[in-house]
Design a protein around this ligand. Structure first.
Ligand code: BES
Ligand code: MN
Ligand code: ZN
Length: 497
């Protein structure tokens, strides 16, 4: 990500991207001469009127300019402008450039964009546009990659913009890495391969990593993770990543826990075939944790963080869990498995306990946990649960990070739905409030620490193309986790509700 402090017309790039709100669209008229009058014509005819994501691409004909093309993109109404819009507009513009086979782009960050957090968001947005989902295509596939992207700033903003742009680029690249993992099918991302890929990411970022196999999980008594893993020929794993910057105080220690089901058939409580292929992304939470940790380390975030990723394939093999089986968790609590398709909470329960053993003082888990969260919040918003003060903080951070989320309650009364006749808990609370009872199950394993649970079952995968997000894996949560790690040291959070 280059940061250029020059006149946009002097930038060494193929495409200059300029933007305007509906109210300020006429200010783009300054570019009209460069485009041989095309821009004035487009403004006059309302072909371009500044509506959100509206784009107008035209050649630059005047010799005094280095770039050969101009893209104008709409910001929508001025009063609706936010950091997240800046990020999305940058992605949308860079995606248009890719579609038009334009390799080098430069985004003009003047006016409302001229602040470090905006520069970061633009850099994130431009980087997110680099994601390519065609990793297994061979024939008839034109892969067109952006060669370089740049942000053009005012001379006096340059110094502050350089680190902000780098931050945005690093975060964007780790988001794309998570999307790449989410896109891998179950056969190329078995539990052992997923564990290796995570270890590579961690080691690449200079982090220490530890991978436990079956025997290691038995030593820890992780009956819930082992139980879920039992039905598959591919044995489960538990990956631990530690980030321990010398400069950071001994506490807080942020524990990040991500669901890593490499494929979820449902087990013996098998899922219907329709859209079952989607269950390859049931490890999106685990990928988000691994990639967030990579970014946290790359950005030298001054907070201790431990990542715990329980990994299994939920299959209905001959040794699989039966409905009614009772499992003993690492924490000692016993669980009656009513439905083998409620496997995420089982593996997360053991992992949340383990994060505490590793010294976590604050817990954030992220998981494609329930279909019920999509019933409640649709595919736009991540479900947010946890201890109230921590929930409020994460909500603010997520908003800036561009991961929409919204809180749901954890009232005591729902716990009746998790009562077992023979064990401490059952693993499924039935249809009413399904995302809430899932979160309450997790709460049993948080030891009363400040804790947040993000249910990304609706948001990890985009079902349709949007101007700022092609359909497929979204990388949801990575940016939020990175920003939470940066901020958690300064927060004063009570541990009890
Ligand atoms: N991985 C699924 C949740 C899911 C559903 C993610 C749709 C993405 C899209 C989870 O393991 C699951 O199967 N949950 C069950 C729980 C139920 C049996 C209580 C569900 O939501 O149907
Ligand atoms: Mn399931
Ligand atoms: Zn699942």
């Amino acid at each position: 990500m280059n940061v250029l402090a020059c006149r946009p017309g002097d930038a060494d790039t193929d495409l200059v991207i300029v933007s305007a709100s509906e109210e300020q669209v006429s200010e783009l008229g300054q570019w009209s001469a460069a485009t041989g009058g095309e821009l004035d014509r487009a403004l006059a005819s309302k072909e371009f009127s500044g509506k959100l994501f509206e784009t107008f691409l035209t050649p630059i004909v005047a010799d005094a300019y280095r770039p050969r093309r101009l893209a104008a993109i709409g910001l929508g109404p001025q009063k609706a402008f936010t950091i997240d819009r800046a990020r999305r507009v940058a992605t949308a513009a860079a995606l248009i450039a890719r579609q038009s086979k334009i390799g080098r782009v430069a985004f003009v960050a003047d006016g409302a964009f001229d602040a470090p957090y905006m520069i970061q968001a633009i850099a994130e947005g431009l980087t997110l546009a680099e994601f390519d989902a065609g990793q297994y295509k061979t024939a008839n596939y034109e892969r067109f990659a952006l060669q370089s992207s740049a942000i053009i700033v005012k001379e006096e903003s340059h110094q502050a913009a350089v680190p902000a742009a780098r931050r945005g680029q690093v975060i964007g690249e780790y988001c794309n890495m998570a999307r790449q993992l989410d896109n891998e099918p179950g056969n190329t991302l078995t539990p052992s391969i997923f564990a290796e890929r995570i270890a590579d990411i961690a080691r690449g970022g200079g982090l220490s990593v530890d991978v436990l196999d079956w025997a290691g999980l038995e030593r820890l008594g992780m009956g819930m993770l082992l139980g879920v893993g039992r039905g598959s020929a591919e044995p489960p794993r538990l990956v631990t990543i530690r980030y321990e910057p010398q400069s950071a105080p001994p506490a807080p220690v942020l524990g990040l826990v991500g669901k890593g089901i490499t494929f979820d058939t449902g087990g013996i409580s098998i899922k219907p075939h329709l859209d079952m292929d989607r269950m390859k992304d049931d490890m999106a939470g685990g990928a988000a944790v691994a990639c967030a940790m990579g970014a946290i380390a790359a950005l030298e975030t001054p907070t201790r963080v431990v990542g715990v990723i329980p990994i299994a394939e939920n299959m209905p093999g001959g040794r699989a869990l039966r409905p009614g089986d009772v499992l003993k968790s690492a924490s000692g609590k016993t669980v009656e498995v009513i439905n083998t398709d409620s496997e995420g909470r089982l593996i997360l329960g053991d992992a949340l306990w383990y994060a505490q053993q590793l010294g976590a003082t604050h817990l954030v888990d992220i998981a494609t946990l329930t279909g019920a969260i999509t019933v409640a919040l649709g595919k736009i918003t991540t479900g947010l649960f946890g201890t109230p003060a921590f929930v409020d903080r994460v909500r603010e951070v997520a908003e800036r990070a561009g991961d929409r989320c919204w809180p749901l309650p954890l009232f005591e009364e729902y716990k009746d739905q998790l009562r077992s006749d023979i064990a401490d808990l059952i693993n499924t609370g039935g249809r009413p409030g399904g995302a809430i009872t899932a979160a309450l199950f997790l709460q049993e394993f948080t030891g009363g620490l400040p804790w947040v649970h993000l249910d990304i079952a609706g948001t990890a995968w985009a079902e349709e193309n949007k101007p700022f997000m092609p359909k497929g894996p979204t990388g949801v949560g990575v940016r939020t986790l990175v920003e939470v790690a940066g901020a958690v040291g300064g927060w004063n959070l009570e541990s009890k509700n």
